[in-house]
Write a protein that binds this ligand. Sequence first.
Ligand code: SAH
Ligand code: SF4
Ligand code: F3S
Length: 469
Amino acid sequence: MTEPATSRIDDACATANRRVHVITYGCQMNVYDSRRIVQVLGAEGWVETADPAMADLILVNSCSVRDRPEKKILGTLSRLLPLKEAHPGLRFGVCGCVAQQHGDALLDKVPYIDLVFGPDRIADLPAILASTGKGLRQSRTTLDAPADYTFLDVDPSVETGATSFLTIMKGCDRFCAYCIVPYVRGRQVSKPADRVLAEVTSLVAVGVREVTLLGQNVNAYGKDRPGETDFPSLLSRIAGVPGLRRVRFVTSHPADADDRLLDLFGTLPALAEFLHLPVQSGSDSVLARMRRGYTAAQYLERLARVRRAAPDIALSTDFIVGFPGETDEEFEATLRLVEEARFDSMFSFKYSSRPGTLAAQTRDDVPEARKAERLARLQTLQDGISRERLARFLGREEEVLIEGPSRDTRQGGRGKAILEMQGRTRTNLTVNIATDVPIGEARGRLARVRIDEILVHSLRGTVLAWEAA
Ligand code: SAH
Ligand code: SF4
Ligand code: F3S
């Protein structure tokens, strides 16, 4: 690529008070990274806009964990293409895991993409924009060596809510046979414990009451830093930060979820009773082919252990159906595990072959129609169990952390006279509450709420008492 004879605008003014619109797909880590992108650009005078038509830069933070999310980004950008025609200065960028996976090839394939950068290159964004401002298309997707990786700072001033995500590690060393994450995010690197503690403290200082710790396998936190704090110790320290009311974490790997960790539920008052523990399959042979490192019985024993520690805990999981070679009998084993486990909620996916993974060397031989049929059976079974699990909340008093206006209220209240607030129980269920307390006073406060109604995936209730402000 050569530099054009005349650069379009001077760099300094190209970045002054410009507007960025960020579209985020994928996991919570991408949500967190999108905040860091806004933060890095904010330091250069950019402001975030919720309206793509107002933007000078539209970024799609992408996910490549399955094929469909990957296709979505190109669909999204092509729909936004008319904006580029209307505003010639508008630049399109792709970041996140699809950017990491395809790099330069995205620029070659899609003429309207101006910049591509990987998850390790967020700090380089101002430099990348300086080049694109001169008309150069840019791709930067180097993954840092673990020893060189530095986590981006958390600027608590960008946090405005009662809850916040906090990345405590990046990458993954597990290499499950189907999974692209270790290739697009790199090897595991843990953020130093003192830094995590300092960040939690700074978030609490700006009003955050609940922190969700993020990592692809947070249970393995510290294993790349021998002799340093491990995850149960980190969690115990975080739970002791004054003013922090709740801590959660995602995601956990069952083989790394040891007794010490599971027994913390029920003993640390700030540790909320919710655990997402992806199982992927109920068949021992499929689990072995997936390289998950546990059997169905060992997984169920983990659930029993955590339920002994915290009997009312809400459990959620992930499943993949149609992994290469999955037989009807193997799938039946998945249904049996679901019957026995009594999960509160589940995410389930059709297997999608990912380039470069171990499983991609085996033919993706379960026909699409059979994958769809298995997914539907699994989801129907779980829907009934989810309803049954939700029903136990009717009439109960729950501690709810108020997060903001309910979705209905945000969308204009649909003509309702009484506005609603939204919060979550310790078990991570959304509760809608009608109240005349102004939202500014309620946000970030805990309330004792009586649950009056069970909705499809959420609850409705009445405040009985407020925690002192
Ligand atoms: N780190 C987490 C989850 C990472 S990806 C863990 O270890 O469980 C989130 C979910 O996407 C996975 O739990 C899995 O259910 C699903 N997933 C990952 N790769 C997939 C693939 N190739 N096809 C279909 N689903 C996949
Ligand atoms: Fe992927 Fe397995 Fe790592 Fe989860 S633990 S990110 S599924 S390789
Ligand atoms: Fe997707 Fe990357 Fe997260 S592949 S699940 S956005 S780590």
